[in-house]
Design a protein around this ligand. Structure first.
Ligand code: ADP
Ligand code: MG
Length: 248
């Protein structure tokens, strides 16, 4: 199966940090799959995502999407990659429409296309009635759905989401997961991080477990559960590999 994301021996130690955030991390994500990037707090998930979207420069190692280097080919990467950050990246003083026009224009999308695309996504993610409200007045779940729309206006081939379901209500979560599955059906690749292992077990074609900046194990949830001794759920597999000590 062709590869969408390839990370090879990434190393990154933040300025002043005692331990590396990424310590020789390698992983790959096949095209047209939903892959869960899992790991305890501080494992390096957000740092890896930031390398992929060009926000963090690694000390050494490579990261590529659809064969193009994430650091050198920024123009290409911007076109094919959509990133949904953990923090809401919208202007709270603007309405959803205003946000989408602003962001869409930054991507060079024509206004009529922005309208068509946002209109579809607003409806699909249950926000059509709220599109003229200021985002600052949205609930947490609504903000998160709007945040997802903003990253998909340019119809990226690869979408990376950092904790898209953290702290959202049950209905929003179900809608987001259902939508991600539908998006994947359109020949797209999705990499997402989550703390909710039951969710990842149900949703993901594959999961990649990392810890302390290193690759630990990957595979389909079903295979990992079968192949790890005394494991009945993905959570058991996760604890088997990452241990029981609490991370800060
Ligand atoms: N901007 C930063 N400056 C210094 N250290 C950081 C910074 N961002 C993350 N770290 C550290 O790097 C490690 C990996 O963090 P992160 O990639 O955010 O992990 P995760 O997303 O898996 O929780 C942690 O030890 C964290 O404290
Ligand atoms: Mg994180």
């Amino acid at each position: 199966m062709p590869v969408a994301i390839e990370i090879n021996d990434l190393r990154k130690t933040y300025k002043g940090a005692l331990v590396p955030a990424l310590d020789g991390l390698s992983l790959s994500v096949k095209k047209n799959q939903i892959v869960g990037l899992l790991g305890p707090n501080g494992a390096g998930k957000t740092t890896s995502i930031n390398v992929l979207c060009g926000l963090v420069l690694p000390d050494t190692g490579t990261a590529a999407i659809h064969g193009k280097d994430c650091i050198r080919s920024t123009f290409f990467i911007k076109k094919i990659l959509g990133v949904v950050p953990q923090q809401i990246a919208l202007f709270s003083n603007l309405t959803a429409w205003e946000n989408f026009y602003y962001i869409g224009r930054l991507y060079g999308i024509k206004d009529n296309k922005i309208k068509e695309r946002s209109g579809y996504l607003l409806e699909r993610l249950g926000l059509e009635k709220h599109a003229d409200k200021r985002v600052g007045r949205y609930s947490g779940g609504m903000k998160r759905r709007a945040n997802i729309i903003a990253s998909l206006l340019h119809q990226p081939e690869v979408v990376i989401l950092d904790e898209p379901t953290a702290g959202v209500d049950v209905q929003s979560r179900a809608m987001i997961l259902d939508f991600l599955q539908e998006y994947r059906q359109q020949d797209k690749t999705i990499l997402y991080t989550s703390h909710l292992l039951e969710e990842a077990e149900q949703l993901c074609d594959e999961v990649v477990i990392i810890d302390e900046g290193k690759f630990i194990v990957s595979g389909s949830p079903k295979t990992l559960i079968e192949e790890t001794p005394e494991c009945r759920r993905l959570e058991d597999v996760f604890l088997h590999y990452t241990g029981h000590s609490v991370r800060d």
